[in-house]
Design a protein around this ligand. Sequence first.
Ligand code: HEM
Length: 371
Amino acid sequence: MLTSDTSGVTLYHKIRERHASPIYPYSILGRTVHIVFAEPYIRTLLDNSPFTYGVGRLKHKFFQSFMPLNVGVSEGDAWVRRRKMNEHVLNTAVDRNVPYTYSTHLPTNFHQFYELGQMMMGRIVFGVNSAVPPDVMNVFKEANNIGIFFSSHSPVSKCTYRRYRQYISSAYHHPSSNSLVSYIQNDTTLNEDEVLDQIPHWMFPIIGLFTGTIPRVLLLLFTHRMFTTDERKLRRCILETLRLNNPVNSTFRTALHDVSLDKVYSKGTQFLIINNPILRDPVIFPHPNEFIPDRWLDTDLENSYYALMFNQGPQICPGKDLVMQLATNYIQYYLNQLRGYNVEVYPVIDTKNIPQMINICEIKFSIQPYR
Ligand code: HEM
């Protein structure tokens, strides 16, 4: 599942065909995880996170290597305090709605969108006008190593960690105006280590937004000849792109004490929600493989426990509104720049059958003036 079937769809359907149980035990990397299929149990897990259901072992291990005090791996009172700080910072950013200026040279391939992502992350999180130094970014590269799950040693070298930590600490103490770090309140109840451990969980998702989600939205808009810059319509297009190609394809949880679902599970049991197949459930999302943004006119759908792009419940992504705002602003800019131009796109996509995961490295736009 972690290799070829990256969105977990094949695994999900393979088990579904053979077993009708709402929760099914399965071995992943030599450990048993209980895959949760039925919506009522998904709702129970998400609504009771992170109090009854804490972070899954794999995510815990990954975060442990460079941000052990992050909200995403916290429980109980610590989670409440860290969550409040994250919400304050991210909601302040939405309220300020900083008008960023973008280069008139539009990115047209993966490499250029990645550069844009680095640049935008530097601006949004740290208020700098250039990309964050590469040796700071090495912490993500080194931590993102499958070996982490088999070894007790941190994959992040001391030298990399020191450079990265110096950078974010200096940004926190000398914040540039209108940056996320400048919105951290002085009277926060968090100590400095806790504050610094929240910052990386703003860095990598912003890069991912500009490198992955925004090019996919643009690809689907061009493919469907939808050149709308209307904010509400674009919002629906972004939600629909995330439904079809959600980057967060799995949600792991650990039972923090004995729990009763379809039966009793003991403390420590690992649960797994595979988000992407649920986002294509044909009963909830008719014509599930088609790009139909107007399905999101139904606002109840967005709040349902089938709409798992940002998850639901207490741990719903606190960056959701910021994601919508940043993506809408940038896509409006991109489309406005293209007036008078013709755009051809690669890969060519079957509009009735959008792939489970459009490879962002393959996306290319060719922009030519109309003759
Ligand atoms: C398309 C972009 C994004 C998607 C699809 C997404 C999705 C998610 C999901 C599904 C979760 C819940 C994980 C869980 O329940 O275990 C989550 C958590 C989180 N996200 Fe996002 N996210 C995105 C972008 C962002 C951005 C841009 C930020 C910040 C700048 C952000 C900050 C966070 C944080 C801090 C958490 C942890 C919340 C907690 O555990 O209480 N995300 N995100």
